[in-house]
Design a protein around this ligand. Structure first.
Ligand code: BZD
Length: 816
């Protein structure tokens, strides 16, 4: 592939001109935000030609396209990634240097596109990067939230949520496409009638509607001229309120429609792994699904006559159950608008839709109250009723007189619409996101479905893009890797195994660890600037960054820090390798216990960081506002990757893979993709602890265990727990952390995430980490092998598997 020929002088000229025409300023008068905008628009010009060429090629080849349907795309910043994938990053860096600007500082002017919560949203973003880089035709379909994931401020140790006004200065990369706007209808009722040919018709009446307007964002492939599209929808009122011809009814309706439009895309729900049942969320779901399906069908119809063959050119991948109304919306369009019979429409729909499950946590399963659902989406509900009626009949045929099966598998049951059941029944593929997760789905959570339709089930272990999380996030290591083995790893990560042999080479180990140290210095500087805490780059950087959730057990981590602190205080001369415990996590705004855990981490941090008597041996840092852009810096600097979820609870995890790629050692449970990571890297190059998934599930079936036994018999653990309620970390209010104490000892199901049960095993694992770290050569070798054996965890591999088993797409070549 020919590298993009970057003309530095031309680029400089374009940036200077962009500043002039946008801001009436010379380049030396422009501020950094203005330079960012000018650079972004200049880069966008390179992208546009490729974007146009890509779509020409798609049309020419009449290529099958995947529509990745997702409520969330956690894209992070675009400029750096776009330059990386255009292969002009270094060129632009030089050009800006010559203009007197530092590219890093210019990149920092861009707000993260934080249209997602965590793993699920970031996975969607990695998948888009891989789809483009591999040359597969794809659309990401989502919502253009006016406010993305809130920005987190820590005030007095507490999380405070600040609205994320990410569009304030405009988004240079987006293109509004009003010519592709469609109408989406809510509410009213369905009128049915039979025509002269005895055909039944269904018409939604007395509805409210909004205009769905798409904004397209380019998804640039790596060095291949391919640019796919992330299409995010905004809602506008359908008709501006018209003074001439209103009566009271119209007026009311006009105002209602205006409000409906204003609300739908206002904000991303900041809840992950928890189902809230809010009507507005269902509106968001149907809004973007209806708009996306309509536009996919319209695009297909432009070049094809036979809608019965839609599945040959179109596939909808449902990112969790959030977009599951896709199946009913497609049925509606095929029957009500294209005139297909039920059986014809069902035949097409069940060849077009595939579903990915991301959790087994019961509280995350989406179940809508029937009355709410029916009122908001009357026609869609009718269709689901019919899908359910037919499916229940089938279950009855296969399992006569088995009410239990129906209770578990019916789509409509107990006054609820069960979205996972709908997705499984109507989809042709159901996949989990790591081997262990898929196994648990098949054997436990979705057992009945698996027994009835085993051919639908498959595993697709998650992956991450090495282009953002190594090439962009860790340039020192990326250059070093390329130096050693060439740049093939950028598009073929398994090639990184070429590094294995260097793990035995002393000079290479030194270089590798020197790079790690420089990355730690970079993070230390970030922490100094943002937290005003000094951390020692020669200490072990032990990192847990991810959403705050009880099952992820940040509480286990911080309790262990309290335990270590007690030990050091009791034995001031004890041999101890200095440690910096780094946390980063947002809690859902309404998740009280998670927010209290953040307060605890910050309180422990206050006490420990200010205790001169321990000579800086221990530091605790809570990094404010963890997000994609600072994640890149954090992964690069980590020594230890904390992946300590209660076994069976973390479907996959993807942070675990980013740490591994950047040369950190996993300290984890046998959960999610940790299992596969350990298998790749070898048990001797990771530290594993805790209950297995089977053990956890066994305890759960028996109503849990008794943590008081541990509390009563283990003095050190008891001391740590008592410190939650004796004012050690909350002198002004001894009761502050009572809820955490109670959760561990006295809740209905006490310690439901097995924190005390796993505590000793975790503490021992931490001792192993320290022992390994002291063996400098051994450590260097191990973490190098982590990088070298991360090949499996590229999202390129994951996407190739989706293509092979589910989507069946063809690669497209784009020449300029
Ligand atoms: O999805 C996560 C899982 O918890 C991870 O184990 C897994 O690696 C990733 C990707 O597969 N799930 C989420 O991130 N879920 C959400 O963010 C979410 C958002 C809204 C509603 C429910 C869940």
């Amino acid at each position: 592939m020919s590298e993009f020929e970057f003309d530095k002088e031309e680029f400089k000229k374009n940036v200077v001109n962009a500043v002039k025409s946008r801001y009436r300023k010379t380049i030396d008068e422009a501020d950094k935000q203005q330079v960012f905008q000018a650079v972004a628009y200049t880069v966008k010009d390179y992208i546009i030609d490729r974007w146009i060429a890509t779509h020409k090629e798609f049309e020419k080849q009449d290529a099958k396209t995947v529509y990745y349907m997702s409520m969330e795309f956690l894209m992070g910043r675009a400029l750096g990634n776009n330059m990386i994938n255009l292969t002009c990053y270094k060129g632009v860096k030089e050009a800006l240097d010559e203009l007197g600007f530092d590219l890093n500082a210019i990149e920092d002017e861009e707000p993260d596109a934080a249209l997602g919560n965590g793993g699920l949203g970031r996975l969607a973003a990695c998948f888009l990067d891989s789809l483009s880089s591999l040359g597969y035709p794809a659309y990401g379909c989502g919502i253009r939230y006016r406010y993305g994931m809130f920005a987190q401020k820590i005030v007095d140790g507490y999380q405070k949520e600040i609205p994320d006004d990410w569009l304030r200065d405009g988004n240079p990369f987006e293109i509004k496409r009003p010519e592709y706007a469609v109408t989406v209808k809510f509410g009213g009722y369905v009128r049915s009638y039979t025509d002269a040919d005895y055909h039944e018709h269904y018409v939604q009446e007395a509805y409210q509607s909004v205009r769905a307007v798409p904004y397209d964002l380019p998804v640039v492939g790596y060095n291949n001229n391919v640019v796919n599209t992330l299409r995010i929808w905004d809602a506008e009122p359908i008709q501006q309120f018209n003074l001439d011809e209103f009566d009271k009814g119209d007026y009311q309706k006009a105002v209602e429609q205006e409000n409906l439009a204003k609300n739908i895309c206002e904000v991303l729900y900041p809840c992950d792994d928890h189902y809230a049942g809010k009507e507005l969320r269902l509106k968001q779901q149907y809004f973007f699904v209806s708009a996306s399906v309509q536009s996919a069908v319209a695009k297909y119809k432009k070049n094809h006559d036979d809608i019965r063959k839609l599945h040959e050119k179109v596939c909808f991948q449902l990112n969790d159950t959030h977009p599951t109304v896709t199946v009913a919306e497609l049925m509606r369009i095929l029957m009500d608008e294209k005139g297909l019979s039920w059986d014809e429409a069902w035949g097409v729909t069940t060849k077009c839709c595939a579903y990915t499950n991301h959790t087994i946590m019961a509280e995350a399963l989406e179940k809508w109250p029937i009355d709410l659902f029916q009122k908001l989406l009357p026609r869609i509900y009718q269709i689901i009723e019919e899908i359910n009626r037919r499916f229940v009949n089938e279950v009855k045929r296969m399992y006569p007189d088995n009410q239990e099966k129906i209770a578990k598998m019916a789509i409509l049951y107990d006054g609820q619409v069960k979205m996972a059941n709908l997705a499984i029944v109507a989809g042709y593929s159901v996949n989990g996101v790591a081997a262990l997760h898929t196994e648990i789905l098949e054997k436990q959570e979705l057992k009945d479905f698996y027994e009835m339709m085993p051919e639908k089930f498959n595993n697709k272990t998650n992956g991450i893009t090495q282009r953002r999380f190594l090439l962009h996030g860790n340039p020192l290591l990326a250059d070093w890797v390329t130096d050693k083995i060439g740049d093939g790893w950028i598009t073929d990560l398994p090639k990184i195994s070429g590094l294995v042999k260097y793990a035995d080479d002393e000079k290479s180990r030194k270089e590798f660890m020197q790079i790690k140290r420089e990355n730690k210095v970079r993070l230390a500087k970030y922490i100094k600037e943002h937290n005003d805490v000094e951390v020692n780059p020669d200490s072990i950087f032990d990192v847990q960054v991810k959403r705050l959730h009880e099952y992820k057990r940040q509480l286990l981590n911080i309790l262990h820090v309290m335990y270590l602190y007690n030990k050091i205080k009791a034995n001031p001369d004890m041999d101890f390798t200095p440690r910096t415990f780094i946390f980063g996590a947002k809690a859902a705004a309404g998740y009280r216990r998670a927010k209290l855990t953040i307060k605890l981490i910050n309180s422990v941090s206050d006490v420990i960081n200010n205790d001169k008597s321990i000579n800086g041996k221990l530091k605790v840092v809570f990094i404010e506002n963890y997000r994609v852009s600072n994640a890149e810096i954090i992964f690069a600097a980590a020594d230890v990757s904390e992946q300590i979820s209660t076994a069976s609870k973390e479907a996959s995890g993807t942070g675990n893979m980013k740490f591994m790629l950047n040369g950190a050692m996993t300290l984890g449970t046998m959960d999610g993709a940790n299992v596969e990571i350990v298998k790749e890297v070898g048990e001797e190059n990771a530290v594993i602890f805790g209950l297995s998934a089977d053990e956890v599930i066994e305890y759960e079936l028996n109503g849990g265990y008794n943590p008081l036994d541990i509390y009563n018999s283990d003095e050190e653990i008891r001391r740590v727990l008592n410190q939650l309620v004796d004012g050690t970390y909350s002198p002004a209010d001894h009761e502050l952390f009572r809820d955490l104490y109670n959760a561990l000892l006295y809740d209905g199901v006490a310690d439901r995430y097995f924190i005390l049960k796993d505590f000793r095993s975790y503490a021992e694992a931490q001792e192993k980490i320290e022992a390994k770290y002291r063996d400098k050569d051994g450590w260097a070798k191990s973490v190098m092998l982590n990088t070298a054996r991360s090949g499996k965890f590229s999202s390129d591999r994951t996407i190739e598997e989706y293509v092979r088993d589910i989507w069946h797409l063809e690669k497209v070549k784009v020449e300029l």
